[in-house]
Ligand binder design. Sequence first.
Ligand SMILES: Cc1ncc(COP(=O)(O)O)c(C=O)c1O
Length: 390
Amino acid sequence: MIPYGKHNATLPDALKVAWQIRFHSLTQGSKIAQFEEAVSKYVGAKYAVAVSSATAGLHIAMLALDLPQNSKVITSPISFVASSNSVLYAGHRPIFIDIDRDTLNLDPELVANEVSVNPEVRAMIPVHFAGLPCDMESLSKTARKYSLNIIEDAAHALGATYENGDKVGSCTYSDMTVLSFHPVKSITTGEGGMVTTNSIELYKKLLRLRSHGINKLDDQFENTILSKTAGVTNLWYYEMTELGFNYRLTEIQAVLGINQLARLDKFISKREDRASRYKHLITKNKMFAPAQNCDTRKSANHIYPLRMKFSSSNLSRNQLMHALKSKGVGTQVHYIPIPVQPFYQALGHEISEIPEAFSYYEEALTIPLFPGLKLRQQKFIIKLIDDLMK
Ligand SMILES: Cc1ncc(COP(=O)(O)O)c(C=O)c1O
């Protein structure tokens, strides 16, 4: 079976992990800091906080913004539910703005229109869908004009670059950026994520929220009597100052992450190579085409979504997916628009407000893309779809 996405793990990865388990700490040791430093250096951000998943990262990033309760936060309907769930976790209201047809990312013009008439909007979570960076220049211009915060959902986009050459994760245009290390992502730690920022205040808040709301770094203790003996800080003393979580990554995962990160550029260039092979292979058939078209920003090519003309085909999407599966080709649909989910329907979200997202959804099909994908497998996949989609 050729899956739609697949991680790359080597024997050295496994040996490093085994060595860590046998001889070193399993949690709260030095590897986390080492992994954080390596990621922040790679993306060009001042600080990075490793977390147990991107979902956890989005949650504490939302909380760290300290927005007034019930604020409105703009995000994309074409994303995994975690993007907007994080807004709800933090006691706010997500608003879904439609996507741009070419990039499948938030349409900056529609975002600007919404913000200009809706003063309750306090932040936005642009999602770099399939690894393609959003038009952050335009989005951040709107954010600055209306004093909005930005958290980039870069779960798909470690290794991608903006138009100006900065890396996604650098927070050039945002307060914080959230990365994911789930197995189908650019690099993996099994489960895991990272929040990057250039703000020391946000960094300290993220550290506290990741670990039960307990003070970290050089935070001052509030209780001056219990925290000290004869003016010297008590060795055992800690203080919980807000309600936090246990969203820590383990040392075992950090070791794997460090090893994976060293190969990230290689992974990205292999993904790029596979994506351009598809582009060349998909030329003749008018029934399908690459779903994203943007040459000005460098995608991390997390997945490879196609747009299929199912409405003019004698095969439905389900029939096509079953036919491909029977030939050993895994496919997926990224994503069912979030407002379509029953939970979001019950909150009153309207599908009619996101026509572009829904039209993309009706034609979407993700075909396999991962660093180890062979040219002959790609030819096989495209030939199959060519033959089936007449
Ligand atoms: C766009 C997006 N955001 C957030 C997440 C959540 O990531 P994680 O699985 O690391 O919690 C995902 C997961 O696939 C995602 O696709």
